[in-house]
Design a protein around this ligand. Structure first.
Ligand SMILES: Cc1ncc(COP(=O)(O)O)c(C=O)c1O
Length: 401
């Protein structure tokens, strides 16, 4: 009989054999566009710090001030005694920023998604999820005990067909990423709203990668569509999730929606209730990020230029790109080993781009995930274009396999 440790080792060996073994790399510098990774100086196109706020002086200073004023830890969960003034103010500011009645701060996006889904759904309900939704949304849907249905990626006709076949559910909750984390595509909110409302469903959008990045003032995927004339409000998109770990440059998350939604979460959401509140200093840092997000439109405009130029370059090189106008740019190579090799080739040239493979993305779609930051300089960007030019011929063949 195998020991516990032998059993574990067997599964680890299997993962290694399938080229799916993951290794953590250690950063010896702050997050940024030039980092020290496992001792090597590299130019990074591999973080979600899209606006370059993770090491912004105002955000760092707000953290310091928060520490001086409120100490290091919140000391308790929100419902016990850990809800401090910075949390309260942050929630009010997030509600105003998103144009929703109320907002609630969570310790992480994973917890917010699992918390919302398990609080609102049970086995009387149906949850319908885009096939490429983030793992936390899929997990939340599964943990909730609701009937779980996935629809083809971005395919609202497929969603409509599934919705039409449901006659016996208390709630039908449609869930999608606002910007898909591994593809960079923007969800078609007007279509999702139309189909969901037609079938008396509810809509939840996780805008982890859209908040701060899309819309003139960083309002995210909702603002992106509203600026094109779409009517989106709490009655047709009931649940909005945002995270602080990406454009905000910090960590944590929020849910925004009606007063009733937020009060329900405060009363019943276990991942909200039974955990220590984020540190008040961190909430102060997030408040500082929110100010910058709303005023520094140049960060979004600059990103848009980089994205456009990068896509044109990759298309000239014959690379397979997923359509995306966001800072997440996926270059599909297909084969897992070749994708890892591509990432290693780039690393050899001092350029850090991550290889994303199954199960994070569907089998056969392993890819390089390039992410841009508003802090990438022209010379860093040029370096990326040059190394892509040097190696693209190795990757093109595989994309057509
Ligand atoms: C779309 C999406 N939702 C939720 C999360 C989880 O957020 P957090 O990192 O705050 O747990 C992530 C990534 O981390 C994500 O990409």
């Amino acid at each position: 009989m195998k020991s516990f440790r032998q059993e574990l080792q067997l599964a680890l060996d299997e993962r290694q054999k399938n080229a799916l073994f993951r290794r953590r790399r250690t950063l010896y510098s702050p997050q940024g566009t030039e980092v020290i990774l496992d001792g090597q100086h590299v130019t990074s196109f591999c973080s979600n710090d899209y606006l370059g706020l993770a090491d912004h002086p105002d955000v760092v200073e707000a953290f310091h001030q928060g520490l001086n004023k409120f100490g290091a830890g919140s000391g308790a969960s929100h419902l016990v005694s850990g809800h401090l003034v910075p949390h309260e103010l942050l929630e009010q500011e997030l509600a105003a920023f998103t144009g929703r009645s109320a907002a609630l701060v969570f310790s992480s996006g994973y917890m917010a998604n699992v918390g919302v889904l398990t609080t609102l759904l049970d086995n009387n309900d149906v949850v319908l999820e885009d096939r490429l939704n983030h793992a936390s949304l899929l997990d939340g849907g599964l943990f909730s005990g609701a009937r779980f249905k996935r629809f083809a990626h971005l395919d609202t006709a497929a969603l409509e067909k599934k919705l039409s076949s449901i006659h016996d559910a208390r709630r039908k909750l449609v869930v999608a990423d606002g910007v898909f984390s591994m593809d960079g595509e923007i969800a078609a909110l007007p279509e999702l709203i139309r189909v969901t409302s037609n079938h008396n469903g509810l809509l939840m959008i996780d805008d982890a990668h859209g908040i701060g990045v899309l819309g003139k003032n960083g309002g995210g995927t909702i603002a992106h569509w509203q600026e094109q004339g779409a009517k989106i409000d709490e009655d047709n998109l009931q649940i909005l999730i945002g995270t602080f770990g990406k454009a905000f440059g910090a960590s944590g998350a929020f849910v925004a929606g009606s007063e009733e939604l937020i009060e329900t979460l405060i009363q019943f959401c276990r991942p909200y209730i039974y955990t220590t509140a984020i540190s008040p200093a961190q909430a102060e840092a997030v408040r500082a990020s929110l100010k910058i997000i709303q005023k520094d439109n140049w960060r979004r405009q600059y990103l848009a230029q980089l994205i456009k130029r990068f896509r044109a370059h990759c298309e000239d090189l014959g690379l397979t790109m997923i359509p995306s106008s966001t800072p997440i740019q996926a270059v599909v190579i297909g084969d897992v080993s070749k994708t890892i090799q591509a990432s290693e080739q780039l690393m050899h040239e001092g350029v850090f781009v991550s290889a994303i493979r199954p199960p994070t993305v569907p089998a056969g779609t392993a890819r390089l995930r390039v992410t841009f930051s508003a802090l990438h300089t022209e010379s860093q960007f040029q370096k990326l274009l040059d190394v892509f030019e040097k190696y693209a011929h190795c990757w093109v063949e595989d994309a057509s396999e």
